[in-house]
Structure formats: structure tokens, C-alpha cells
Design a protein around this ligand. Structure first.
Ligand code: C2E
Ligand code: CA
Ligand code: CA
Length: 756
């Protein structure tokens, strides 16, 4: 509050100037008074003297200072009425009395007694002397005076005189004391205030700050005193602050409030509402600023969090569909969007099965894991969004966009290659990717158009075998439309029973007797003809639908067995892992067996090895349920999965089906042959029934048979055919799968034996 205290000193300066005026007038008066005494004879001089006296008295009464003139010997030559009143004297008795003999008691600023000679000693041009004149009640009732005493070297008679002005400052002093008292109170209040407070000078330098302020800035009160306030501001918010300060200084506003950022000593950014008022002098001149600072970082965080939440997926923290649409809208508006913008649609392969088998917590971990891979693959080149369960989209912007798209896609496949470890399981993830680049059509159509283009390419990737990337081309647009229409049609077809099983014979290789059939589903489409499973099974996205389909096919297969002339031939049903887990499938199988009076060994369940990477307890439980009821379980595509061998021992598996990729290599590919032989040996070691599939040549059949593969199927023996065709062909009676007869191994086949 320095300015306010200075304000108290101002009247003293004005008073000092008044005293100088008085001094001039007095010197003139004294000169004429003395010379007047010597030249009384001259009337004109008398007249002049009277005029001067009137002027002198006018000056004496108009000044706020009391005036006292003393001679060199310390005698009061003249005392003004005001001076007499201030000092508590009578002017007439004081005149002519030496200062030391005046009935006057004086004290210094510390209330120590002061001799009159000292009280009125010359101060010359210096600061006024402060003296106190105790009243009737002593120091309780004291008048405070400012005394200026100046020696006028030559009086009119050539002898020095002293002109003294006295000013009563009692009122001012009381005011100053009150102010300094309230100043102290203000400081105390400020120090303990919970909000940041500061007094800032006109150069915007911190004069005084409180603890809360220092804490907010991560500094100390002492360190901040004298610092330029701007040095604490976030550079981006400086201009706004300067503008507001200028308006305040210029008087366009009395106060301003601004939410802005500061940079703490530790480098962290804090948000605060800055409130600034300008304190002005009585005359209106600016004195200093009073500043309040309220930390709004938490509020900001909260509202930013809410805004973030509205635009982001809570599980992965990625952008959500809303934000993706905004981003795409902005990207496609850009002038060179057609060379810089592209989209990658990412859909996880087999995520539904993973969720069902391992539970939602594991599914969520997998999504978070994938989100991390997508983020790091994208780097700073785009926005990654999760727009549905296992659907992600990356909006890419890059100067070399097509390169960036392919790089990102490659990095995603690469990142997914490493299995995800959850609890004790190693889960292999994969994704199908579709790329679409902005072109005239997508720019015109906006976000939804480019997204559906990327989707179409992604569907193509799924249909082409998953875990791959396809790039959109206009011909796909109709395909994707077809795809959606087909999915809807498929749901109806399943309900209508338009999906039928065809049966491919399985033979005992040594005897070439048909012992069973693999049931393979086909869609007898009204306009498109017979559709194979790869054309429509990937469209089944919905667990409900795959369960409905499974149920319908179990019933068909059971009916087929019931009508079969053999009472041992079996039917292998393909079951995907997402059809298992809640015992519904097992219930259907056992119900169908009962209804058609079948031996349970005649209904066989085939599971792909890949789907058994880490069977959870529910799937294992359902399989055990089936196995205990006498239903054999086969591991399909044996040799392609990554499951540890221990699973083979732990699971209730009765047999394995050698994947046809090994069979296809026989006899040209020695590796295929070796693997077939090794896997055959392993399966027999574990006491499992052995079936080889995809046998197209006699050579393959013979080689496999000699390697210990007991059963076989393939085009060599027959394609899958409708039930009616198979039933009318009167097949040979077969043997039961779970009661394999002891197998004679052809020991003549050695490691280095040339392949037949
Ligand atoms: P998969 O279980 O490995 O079935 C064998 C596939 O190989 C069948 O194809 C079959 O027609 C074909 N195949 C048979 N013999 C030969 C041969 O000598 N050479 C060659 N190159 N291929 C041969 P399809 O019928 O297209 O079935 C494909 C896949 O669809 C099946 O593979 C199976 O995983 C799945 N699938 C088929 N039916 C069903 C079903 O009813 N339910 C479920 N969940 N999946 C099914
Ligand atoms: Ca199969
Ligand atoms: Ca297979």
C-alpha cells in the first residue's frame, strides 16, 4: 500500500510550497517594516507600508501553515494567529519573548522531551521536523506538527532572522496510522487467504504475493517478490493478458477476469482465473494492481475429462465414433485431401470366439492390447478410433498417404503376430484390414462414404482368409452391399432350414471301406446356386446365429444317421468354438441322439485345433460332458494350431485329423511327408484315432496308410454329397471310431525311404 502512504505525504509537499510563498512575502514585509520605522516622515512610504501589511495579513490568513519569525537572539519577532493557535500560545504575549521562555512543552517523534530551541532549530531545505505538543492530558492528547525553519541570512537590518512554519499534521498522522493499521490487517488477511493474492506494480512486477499464490506457482513468497508477473505466464496466454491490462490502465474497465495458464517452477501447467483490479490515487493516476488468482486446474481437468469422455472410448481411450466423424469431416474438407487422406478399417478375426471362451475381462484386455498396437503403428500420422466391439478405424493424414497406409497396416499385422499373454494363456490375435484412399467420390460423400469403402475392403480381406490387408477398389462397393444383404439373407436361410449338410465319405485306408462321413454345410441358395461354407460362414457374426445353425445341423445329421442302413457308420460334425461354452450344444447333441435312438459313438464332434489354443473351463467342461456321454471328439486341422501338446493329453480328444496342407505336399514335398509321418506317430503314441483328409491321389493314400494314418477322406474317394445321394448308394458297413482295431504298421517305411 506504498502509494497510499505516499498520498499522506503529498499535502506536506503542498504545504511546503505554501511556506515558501509565505517566506517571500514575509521577507518583503520585514524589509519594509524596518525601513518604514526609519522613514516615518515619508507619507508615501507609510501608505506603501499599509498596503504591504494588508497583503501580508492576507497571505498569513490564507496559508494553512502557522508562521513564526525569530531573531538571531532567539526572540519571537512575529507569530501568526494560526501559529499561536497551533502551539497553544497567545500571539501578543509570545511576541518579543525569547523562544526558551515561551510557555511551551515539546516532544520529539518518540515522545522524548525536546527543548524549544531544538524544536525550532533551522531545518533549511531538509525534511520537516516532526514535533509533538502535548495538550492538557499530556501525551494522550498530543498535537503533531511539521516544522520547517529556514534562516534568512540578511534581515532588513542586515542581521539574520529565522522564518519558521508550523503545520498541524495530527489529522494526517492519525489517518496514516489508520491506513498502516489496515495495511497490516490487509497483509495478514492476504497471507492467510486460501486463494492466490498479489500486489503488482505498474510495470507488472510482483511486489507482494501470498502463500497460496506461491504454492500455486510451485515457488516461495521470497523468490517471487520482485519477479515480473509475465515470466510466470504460459507464453500463449500473454497477449490476452496484455490486452486486458492495457484496457484496465486506460480506464476502459475497472477490473478484469481472465482464465489462463501459468507455468509452475516444475514446468507443469496450471489453469487459473486471474482477477485484476487497478488501485488509483485520489486524483485518478494509476498506482498499483491488486490481483487474485484462483486455481481452476481441477475444474478444467474435470471439464476436459467430460469433453474427452464424450469423444473417446472409455475402455481403450481411443477416439470414438463421434470424434472419428469429426476428424474425417475436417480431413476431407482440406484442399489436397485426395493425396493426403486415407482410412484403414480394422476388424479382429475371431474376437467373438475369444470373448466367449475366455470371458469378457480377457476380451477387454485383448481390445486394450490391440488399441496399443494400433496407436504405435499409427504414430503421429492419424487418429485411431474404436467404433464398435472389435472394430477399429484409423483416419490417416500424411504427405505420402499411400505409403503411410501400407506402413501402418504392415506394422499392425506385425504387432499382432506376438501372442497376447493373459493369465496362463497365450492368445494369438489377428485382424483383417481394409484400406480406402480419399478420392472424388469419398470427398463428395464425406466420412460415411470413405468408411464404407474401407469396410468393403476389410470384408474382402476377411473373405480372402483373414489376417490380411485389402485395398478398396470401386468394384467392391457392390460386393460390400451384397455382403450386407447376404448376411441378412443368411439369417433367414438358417431359420428356414435352407442350409443343408452334404456328406463326404471317410474310409479305412487299409480296407477302403466307408466307415463314416464328414458333414459339410452348404447353402442351397435360390438364385446363386450351391454356396460353400467359406462364402457364408464368415458372415455369421452373431453367436446366437451360429448356435441356431449348429442346432439345426445336429438334427439333420442325427436324422441322416437314423436313416442310414449301417448302425456303426458315424457322422463328423464341424463345431466352431463359439458354439460351445454353455452346454447348449452338448444338450442338443445328446437330445438328438436320444430321439433318433443312436449310439452316441456315431455322432462325432470336430473342433479346429486353432480354436483350442487355450480352451477355458466352460468349453473343456462341455467337451468332457460330450465325451463322457460317449461322443468322440476330433481335433480338426491337426498340425496347424499352436497349442502345446499338453492340451492334447488334457482334453477329452479321441482322435486327430491331419490338416490337408501336409497331405497336399505328398509325395513331392519331403517336409510334408516327414511331418505327416511324425504327427501320425505322435497321435498313435497318445492313443488317438488318426484320420487324414484331402487325399486326392492314390500315392497319398498309400503313403499315409503306411505312415500309420488309419482313416482317410478326400476327392480320391468321393466329394461331399447330399444325404439322399449318399443313402441311395448303400455304403459298406463300417467300424466304430472310438474302438479302433489294432493297427498293423508297415515297418518297411524308413526315414530315408524314397517316397512312392
Ligand atoms: P474342414 O473341416 O477342414 O473341411 C474340409 C474341407 O476340405 C471341406 O471344404 C471339403 O469339401 C474340402 N475337401 C474335401 N476333400 C478334399 C480334397 O480331396 N481336396 C481338397 N482340396 N479339398 C477337399 P468345405 O466343405 O468348403 O468346408 C470348409 C470348411 O468349412 C471346413 O473345413 C470347416 O472348417 C467349415 N465347415 C464346413 N461345414 C461346417 C459346419 O457344418 N459347421 C461349422 N462350424 N463349420 C463347417
Ligand atoms: Ca472338418
Ligand atoms: Ca480340416
Amino acid at each position: 500500500m506504498g502509494g497510499v502512504v505516499d498520498g499522506v505525504a503529498q499535502p506536506a509537499i503542498v504545504a511546503g510550497m505554501g511556506a515558501l510563498l509565505v517566506l517571500l512575502a514575509l521577507s518583503a514585509f520585514y524589509f519594509f517594516w524596518r525601513s518604514g520605522k526609519e522613514r516615518t516622515a515619508r507619507d508615501s512610504a507609510l501608505e506603501q507600508e499599509r498596503a504591504l501589511r494588508r497583503q501580508f495579513e492576507a497571505v498569513m490568513t490564507s496559508t494553512r501553515d502557522g508562521v513564526l519569525i525569530t531573531t538571531q537572539t532567539g526572540e519571537v519577532a512575529l507569530i501568526s494567529e494560526l501559529a499561536a493557535a497551533i502551539l497553544g500560545l497567545s500571539a501578543s504575549t509570545a511576541t518579543g519573548t525569547p523562544l526558551t521562555r515561551l510557555p511551551l512543552r515539546t516532544v520529539d517523534a518518540h515522545l522524548r522531551p525536546l527543548l524549544a530551541a531544538d524544536a525550532f532549530a533551522v531545518t533549511d531545505g531538509g525534511r520537516p521536523r516532526v514535533i509533538g505538543v502535548p495538550g492538557r492530558r499530556g501525551t494522550d492528547d498530543i498535537r503533531w506538527l511539521h516544522v520547517h525553519a529556514r534562516r534568512v541570512d540578511e534581515g532588513p537590518d542586515g542581521r539574520p532572522i529565522t522564518v519558521t512554519t508550523v503545520m498541524d499534521t495530527t489529522g494526517l498522522r492519525e489517518a496514516a496510522e489508520a491506513i498502516s493499521r489496515s495495511d497490516a490487517q490487509f497483509r495478514r488477511a492476504m497471507e492467510n487467504a486460501p486463494t492466490g493474492m498479489a500486489l503488482v506494480d505498474l510495470e507488472w512486477r510482483l511486489m507482494e504475493v501470498n502463500r497460496a499464490f506461491a504454492e500455486m506457482m510451485g515457488s516461495t513468497v521470497a523468490a517471487l517478490r520482485g519477479t515480473p508477473f509475465s515470466a510466470l505466464s504460459h507464453p500463449q496466454d500473454l497477449q490476452a493478458e496484455r490486452d486486458q491490462l492495457q484496457r484496465l490502465y486506460d480506464g476502459h474497465q475497472s477490473h478484469f477476469s481472465l482464465e489462463k495458464r501459468y507455468v509452475r517452477a516444475d514446468g507443469n501447467v496450471v489453469w487459473a482465473v486471474l482477477d485484476v483490479g487497478l488501485v488509483r490515487f485520489a486524483g485518478g493516476a494509476p498506482d498499483h494492481y491488486v490481483v487474485q488468482l484462483r486455481d481452476t486446474t481441477d475444474d478444467r481437468m474435470h471439464s476436459e475429462l467430460l469433453a474427452h469422455r464424450a469423444m473417446h472410448d472409455p475402455l481403450t481411450g481411443l477416439a470414438n465414433r463421434n470424434l472419428l466423424h469429426e476428424v474425417l469431416h475436417d480431413l476431407l474438407e482440406q484442399p489436397d485431401a485426395d493425396t493426403r487422406v486415407g482410412v484403414i478399417a480394422v476388424d479382429l478375426d475371431g474376437f467373438k470366439g475369444l470373448n466367449d471362451r475366455f470371458g469378457h475381462a480377457t476380451g477387454d484386455s485383448a481390445l486394450v492390447h490391440v488399441a496399443g498396437i494400433l496407436r504405435s503403428a499409427t504414430g503421429g500420422r492419424g487418429t485411431v478410433a474404436r467404433i464398435g466391439g472389435d472394430e477399429f478405424v484409423i483416419a490417416v493424414q500424411d504427405t505420402d498417404c499411400s505409403k503411410a497406409l501400407f506402413d501402418i497396416a504392415a506394422a499392425i499385422h506385425d504387432g499382432l503376430r506376438r501372442p497376447l499373454a493373459v493369465k496362463r494363456h497365450q492368445i494369438q490375435l489377428g485382424a483383417s484390414l481394409g484400406i480406402a484412399m480419399a478420392d472424388d467420390e469419398t470427398i463428395a460423400g464425406g466420412g460415411p462414404t470413405i468408411l464404407s469403402a474401407a469396410d468393403a475392403a476389410m470384408y474382402r480381406a476377411k473373405a480372402a482368409g483373414k489376417s490380411r490387408t485389402e485395398v478398396f477398389e470401386p468394384s467392391m462397393r457392390t460386393t460390400s452391399d451384397n455382403q450386407t444383404a447376404l448376411a441378412a439373407e443368411l439369417a433367414r436361410a438358417i431359420e428356414n432350414g435352407d442350409l443343408v449338410l452334404h456328406y463326404q465319405p471317410i474310409l479305412e485306408l487299409a480296407t477302403r471301406t466307408v466307415v463314416g462321413y464328414e458333414a459339410l454345410v452348404r447353402w442351397q441358395h435360390p438364385t446363386r446356386g450351391l454356396l460353400l461354407p467359406n462364402a457364408f460362414l464368415p458372415l455369421i457374426d452373431d453367436r446366437g446365429l451360429s448356435v441356431t445353425l449348429g442346432t439345426a445341423l445336429v438334427e439333420q445329421a442325427a436324422k441322416f444317421l437314423g436313416r442310414s442302413p449301417s448302425d456303426t457308420a458315424w457322422v463328423s460334425l464341424n463345431v466352431s468354438a463359439d458354439q460351445l461354452g454353455d452346454s447348449e450344444f452338448a444338450d442338443r447333441v445328446l437330445t438328438a441322439i436320444g430321439r433318433h435312438h443312436l449310439s452316441p459313438q456315431r455322432v462325432v464332434v470336430e473342433l479346429t485345433e486353432a480354436s483350442l489354443v487355450a480352451p477355458n473351463t466352460r468349453v473343456r467342461h462341455e467337451l468332457t460332458e460330450l465325451r463322457n456321454a460317449g461322443v468322440p471328439i476330433l481335433l480338426d486341422d491337426f498340425g496347424t494350431g499352436v497349442s502345446p501338446l499338453s492340451y492334447l493329453r488334457d482334453l477329452p480328444v479321441s482322435g486327430v485329423k491331419l490338416d490337408m496342407s501336409f497331405v497336399a505336399g505328398i509325395p513331392e514335398d519331403p517336409a510334408g511327408a516327414r511331418v505327416s509321418r511324425a504327427l501320425g506317430a505322435l497321435a498313435r503314441e497318445l492313443g488317438l484315432a488318426t484320420i487324414a483328409e484331402g487325399i486326392e491321389t492314390e500315392a497319398q493314400a498309400q503313403f499315409l496308410s503306411r505312415c500309420g494314418w488309419r482313416y482317410g477322406q478326400g476327392w480320391l474317394f468321393g466329394v461331399a454329397q447330399p444325404a439322399a445321394t449318399v443313402l441311395s448308394a448303400h455304403p459298406h458297413l463300417g467300424t466304430s471310431l472310438i474302438d479302433p482295431r489294432p493297427q498293423e504298421l508297415d515297418e518297411s517305411i524308413g526315414e530315408h525311404e524314397p517316397l512312392v
